[in-house]
Design a protein. Structure first.
Length: 274
């Protein structure tokens, strides 16, 4: 016995609605809230003075009036959310994490719990120029630059400075191995002895991997815990290989992956990030 036309249309609409709802739930993005909470009056007042009074909202407005207005805003932010979130209290003194649901959210929590807003500087420098550097980009005069670097850093009067360096001899002497089998070759020698590898590298310098070596992409992943530890530090001097320096610069300057292999990192130069 066939269903009446009206009943058939109703059933079809219910079926269609169920399918649409199922698709919507399946592809619905997970929402993760990041909330920074501060109830320390001194930190709040300092933040308003340093940041908020210079915003477009308070141009040509009385300071006291602006302070009162922002205090009212804070009251509006104090609602409690029964969702996925991380709350940051008093610039990182305490964290409250609720209902972390996936890998991306856990990475957000990991990142936020490792950064701080304390004023500090990161100094980046390549190792001193070695005799091999004079022969080409892959080849490694150390002592003169080491002395010059020490004199420069001492003249900066940097409090509690930490010095980080790699295990390669030329970086330690100044204060990794990216090229694999090509590590001690000039680009001309690579082109002559490994023409196919040379051509492949030109096509995608970020993702290209030397035989028995690693790509810039590999290095970015390997440096992630180093970068997170750098985020936790205060004043640091990092003496490193050019490839490592490029990865650090790309992260702190928010450069896209395609630009990373071409970031300029000259020898005998100190770059200061604040």
């Amino acid at each position: 016995m066939e269903a009446p036309p009206m009943l058939e249309r109703v059933q079809r609409r219910r079926c269609d609605s169920t399918v649409e709802l199922s698709i919507e739930q399946k592809h619905r993005p997970l929402v993760f809230f990041v909330e920074s909470i501060c109830d320390d009056p001194d930190i709040i007042a300092e933040n308003i003075q340093q940041v908020k009074l210079g915003s477009p909202d308070y141009v040509d407005r009385d300071t006291e009036e602006a302070m009162q207005d922002f205090a009212q805003r804070i009251e509006c932010y104090e609602a409690t959310y029964e969702l996925s979130y991380i709350k940051i209290f008093n610039v990182g003194n305490r964290y409250l994490v609720n209902r972390v649901q996936d890998h991306i959210q856990s990475r957000i929590v990991y990142y936020l719990m490792n950064i701080h807003v304390t004023p500090r500087s990161i100094y980046l420098s390549r190792h001193g120029e070695s005799e091999l550097n004079l022969l080409g980009p892959h080849r490694g005069r150390l002592r003169p630059y080491a002395r010059a670097l020490a004199g420069f850093i001492e003249g900066q009067n940097i409090s509690d400075l930490k010095v980080w360096t790699s295990h390669m001899k030329r970086t330690i002497q100044t204060a990794e191995a990216l090229g694999g089998v090509c590590e001690d070759l000039t680009y001309e020698e690579i082109q002559e002895n490994f023409p196919e590898e040379f051509a492949l590298r030109d096509q995608d310098k970020y993702r290209y991997r030397y035989p028995k070596g690693e790509s810039y992409e590999d290095m970015v992943h390997r440096l992630e815990p180093v970068i997170m530890e750098l985020e936790r530090q205060e004043n640091v001097l990092v003496v490193c290989h050019q490839a490592v320096m490029r990865c650090l610069l790309a992260y702190f300057l928010d450069k896209p992956a395609e630009d990373l292999p071409y970031l300029r990192c000259p020898l005998h130069t100190v770059l200061k990030l604040t």
